[in-house]
Design a protein around this ligand. Structure first.
Ligand SMILES: [Mg+2]
Length: 266
């Protein structure tokens, strides 16, 4: 699929931008990304940042975007924590294995949060698992007890790793795998490429120009779920010397700046 510059100039549409590996690597900005976002906005395009990272609060994401020269509003960010909260009903008793972002979104939803180590896990109706930098055996044991007592399992996302400037680190998917194995449960997954976050994006994004990401198994599959083009960039988990990827991208560029140049016309 090819998008001509004349088509792009016709009307503003939404660019869905994955964050880790596209605009930043953990706390390191991807060179040229801020300028690319500014160029999109100047061209009348809307940017919606879409991250499977459930750890930070929304305010943390916004502060980081501003610090890196991509100042944005709360309506410009969708996280897997938000998508997971959509799977919870107000008042539901939830044992949380996750960080501040998951807690914040579940609180906004009106869930009753149960903390591992400070509750009887058997009271939980649901275990929500996200990125958890404090994950340890006792938290795994609490989740296991809850699941073995009949709680359902909701995962923010299944990414096994996430890219940093120092290489790949364990992602939420690695925590989810441990909990699912010990608890003998199948997770309902909220983040890319799954349906809960697709529903959120359909509500918030309007007409989508392209989904840009570094990981075909999540970002490419998510583009397919939304039936929009997939733009692969090589600043994250997919190396420059990669072989065939699945699904194959509609567009590929070394980085976001090059992709924007190619589609807007340099
Ligand atoms: Mg990524």
């Amino acid at each position: 699929m090819s998008l001509g510059a004349e088509t792009l100039a016709a009307c503003g549409m939404t660019w869905l931008l994955d964050c880790d590996g596209v605009i930043w690597l953990a706390d390191t900005p991807v060179p040229g990304a801020a300028e690319a976002v500014a160029r999109l906005r100047a061209a009348g395009e809307r940017v919606l940042f879409l991250t499977n990272n459930s750890w930070p609060r929304l305010g943390d994401h916004l502060a980081k975007l501003e610090q890196m020269g991509m100042a944005s509003g709360p309506e410009d960010v969708v996280t897997s924590a938000m998508a997971a909260a959509c799977l919870i009903r107000p008042g539901e008793k939830v044992l949380v294995i996750g960080g501040p972002g998951v807690h914040e979104e579940l609180e906004k939803r009106g869930a009753e949060l149960l903390e591992p180590g400070r509750c009887d896990p058997r009271e939980a109706e649901t275990v929500v698992v996200g990125m958890d930098l404090s994950f340890d055996f006792s938290r795994l044991a609490a989740a296991t007890t809850a699941l073995r007592a009949g709680a359902r399992l909701v995962a923010t996302n299944e990414d096994a790793t996430f890219p940093t400037a120092a290489g790949l680190l364990p992602g939420a998917g690695s925590v989810v795998a441990a909990v699912a194995t010990a608890g003998g449960a199948e997770p309902a997954v909220a983040g890319k490429p799954h349906e809960p976050v697709a529903q959120l994006v359909r509500q918030l994004a309007g007409e989508v120009r392209i989904m840009v990401g570094d990981r075909p198994s999540t970002d490419g599959c998510f583009a397919a779920v939304l039936e929009v083009p997939f733009g692969l960039v090589l600043t994250g988990v997919t190396p420059a010397d990669h072989g065939p990827v699945e699904p194959p991208p509609d567009h590929e560029a070394p980085d976001l700046a090059a992709l924007v140049d190619a589609l807007l016309g340099s």
